[in-house]
Design a protein around this ligand. Structure first.
Ligand SMILES: [Zn+2]
Length: 273
């Protein structure tokens, strides 16, 4: 854990200023065009214009990623190559690269002949994600506290402000996204790029899981728990920070209905026993 490493993971999400600009503004910025979800409001297609310039792979990746993170693109949604190429004004080859990258991170599932779909983590995968998070996140906080600077505390506080602001505005999409990004930010600030990358993937899988197995009105992270964690980090209280994080993860997993068949029947389990 003491190896020198990159300060920030690649593709670090922008935190500052994305939400503070006011209701709707950050989403408008991140939503250049409708993607393919049947649940997208129809007004989106009227208000957005076709991509005017070529989107890079990074930009398209980020747009799809954020749309999934904000629950605008649902698990199981088909991501048609041709439609995405059309929407983003790029070649299908470029879309394929983006989809391959998302598939590599388990965010998208690729099926021969059928195409790409937003992943639908199974209950077993969901449990695996929480098990991994319980191992990784205390380590993230330990490393963060080891390398803590006033600037890092300020970044965490700033992010917390964005979260509180989104809650005050009842901007559910921003709350969901920012809740997940809090954990990714902590991993980035901890200064280990591998941990940050893993955290980013685990947060996304948690996000998909919450969508599939949570009560429809719930959000991933409880109000105030991030603040308590940041307070413990700022005081360099490793034991308390770790304890709060584990409790926080328990609360998130506890709010999910992982004991039930959430509409999906496991035929294998039924017929092979
Ligand atoms: Zn959280």
């Amino acid at each position: 854990m003491d190896h020198p490493s990159h300060r920030r993971a690649a593709r670090a999400p922008e935190h500052a200023g994305t939400v503070a600009a006011g209701r709707g503004a950050p989403l408008a910025r991140m939503r250049p065009s409708p993607i393919v979800s049947p649940t997208m409001p129809s007004s989106a297609s009227k208000s957005s214009s076709r991509a005017e310039r070529e989107n890079t792979i990074d930009e398209i990746y980020e747009k799809v990623y954020v749309a999934i993170l904000e629950h605008r693109l649902h698990p199981g949604t088909k991501l048609g190559e041709e439609r995405l190429a059309d929407i983003f004004g790029v070649s299908r080859a470029r879309v394929r690269e983006v989809l391959a990258r998302l598939a590599h991170e388990q965010i998208v599932e690729l099926y021969p002949q059928r195409g790409a779909y937003v992943a639908r983590p199974t209950i077993e995968q969901a449990r695996d994600v929480f098990e991994a998070r319980r191992l990784i996140e205390p380590a993230v906080l330990r490393r963060l506290i080891d390398t803590l600077t006033p600037e890092k505390v300020a970044r965490l506080r700033q992010h917390q402000e964005l979260e509180s602001d989104a809650r005050r505005r009842d901007d559910k999409r921003a709350v969901i996204r920012l809740s997940g990004e809090f954990h990714t930010l902590a991993a980035e600030l901890a200064g280990n790029s591998a941990l940050a990358r893993s955290m980013r993937e685990l947060c996304m899988l948690t996000c998909l899981t919450i969508f599939l197995y949570d009560a429809p009105t719930a959000t991933s992270c409880r109000h105030d728990e991030h603040r308590l964690i940041v307070d413990a980090v700022a005081k360099r209280d490793v034991a308390k920070a770790e304890k709060l994080m584990l409790e926080h993860l328990d609360h998130i997993e506890g709010s999910l209905k992982l004991d039930q068949q959430s509409g999906e029947v496991d035929l294998e389990a039924i017929f092979r026993s």
